[in-house]
Ligand binder design. Structure first.
Ligand code: AOS
Ligand code: ZN
Ligand code: ZN
Length: 388
């Protein structure tokens, strides 16, 4: 098995993007609970993300959601982020909260609505130019609720046309990532339900169109690590939205529901070169903290990813290949389980300290009194989606 010292170079360049919306209040359709200290503006969300980075060294960028994070001056927002030690990252488009999109956005049968949705993406590209962001992430709420409601095929064709129009507008350094989700808010079908559909759509666009894999967007029992392997193999894995699910699109803390699945995913990432220096894969969280404090929720999340990445990097690949070649099923499985069951917490804590970071960022945050100060300073924090 590799030694911890052998994996620190890779750990040192790990970067996990935080979603601005994780810092807003969120909930289910039953209730959105408020949390004292919740940000009231995009600037405050960025300040909270910067606090996570300050304590962990793991989260140098923040993703924005447009129009949730609308501001007058995006270049100024970028400067604000840099002053706090982070950069603005992926721009997420939102075409799911406007009455016009009731029956679809990029797939809508009415060309006027489709153009409105395309224009919303053009606006995101303009913002990307101002912030220096390279990734446009598209997740669509488009779909139908009843068989026969619309032509599945016509919607797919309209989607292809809309995406091509957006893709044409990308600058050479920009990328489009298309996220899939098998249900919700549409319940009979969604227009990008799975990685196959996303791959088919982005493949038709060009090299700078890639798939975004949200770990919570699969049916129960899906072998998510197989999808990771396949997309890496095909050079089409653009980014991850990390989170945990027990039942639906729960958006719980990554690694909370099924740490072993996170390990298996990260093992495929390592094996497929996804953590190599020249890797094109971006790692993001897509989470909501409905009942817990948001900053420590995000700290816990990036630490979970870091810890499981360390364990995946400890897989003894030489031993694994030997066992696989000799069809020693149990030995091969044991190699993986040995790495998974290795407790790396002590070595990670010491390594963090050696880099000037708190050994235990969760404890450092709790003891700092920061949450209490935020609660005193900020009155009337807003819901995730309507934060600006
Ligand atoms: C929706 O289910 C997706 O996970 C998207 O990534 C979405 O943009 C994000 O959850 C914010 O609502
Ligand atoms: Zn997502
Ligand atoms: Zn989701």
């Amino acid at each position: 098995m590799p030694r911890f010292a052998d994996i620190t170079d890779t750990l040192a360049r790990q970067a996990i993007e935080l979603p601005s919306w994780a810092f807003g209040n969120s909930g289910t359709r039953f209730k959105v609970f408020s949390t004292p200290g919740t940000p009231r503006t995009p600037e405050e969300k960025i300040a909270d993300a910067a606090k996570v980075h300050e304590l962990t060294g793991l989260a140098p960028t923040v993703a924005l959601h447009i129009p949730w994070d609308t501001v007058d001056d995006y270049a100024a927002l970028g400067r604000h982020a840099r002053e706090l030690g982070v950069e603005l990252g992926t721009i997420n488009s939102n075409t799911f909260q406007d009455e016009d999109y009731k029956f679809g956005s990029l797939t809508h049968s009415d060309a006027r609505i489709r153009q409105k949705a395309i224009d919303a993406h053009f606006r995101c590209l303009d913002i990307m130019h101002a912030t220096g962001s390279t990734d446009l992430k598209i997740w669509l709420a488009d779909g139908t609720n009843y068989p026969g409601q619309d032509s599945l095929r016509a919607r797919q064709d309209r989607l292809a046309e809309s995406l091509a129009t957006i893709y044409e507008r990308l600058a050479p350094h920009q990328r489009l990532v298309l996220e899939y989700k098998f249900f919700e808010p549409a319940f009979y079908h969604t227009d990008v339900p799975d990685w196959g559909t996303s791959l088919a759509q982005v493949s038709a666009l060009g090299d700078r169109a890639l798939v975004c894999l949200d770990t919570g967007h699969h049916a129960p029992g899906t072998n998510v690590e197989f999808i990771v392997m396949q997309l890496l193999r095909l050079g089409r894995l653009g980014s991850f939205d990390f989170n945990s699910r027990f039942y639906a699109d729960d958006d719980l803390i990554v690694g909370a529901a099924d740490p072993f699945q996170l390990f298996r995913i990260l093992h495929e990432v390592v094996a497929g070169g996804g953590l190599a220096e020249d890797s094109a894969v971006r790692f993001m969280l897509d989470q909501c903290h409905n009942i817990e404090d948001k900053i420590p929720g995000q700290i816990r999340s990036v630490l979970n990813v870091q810890e499981m990445t360390a364990r995946a990097l400890l897989v003894d690949h030489a031993a694994l290949e030997k066992a696989q070649a000799s069809h020693d099923v149990l030995a091969a499985n044991e190699v993986l389980m040995d790495a998974f069951q290795t407790d790396v917490r002590g070595e990670l804590a010491a390594w963090r300290e050696s880099r000037g970071l708190p050994a235990d960022p969760m404890r450092a945050y709790a003891e700092s009194g920061h949450q209490r100060r935020l609660a005193e300073q900020r009155v009337g924090g807003t819901q995730a989606g309507w934060g600006a």
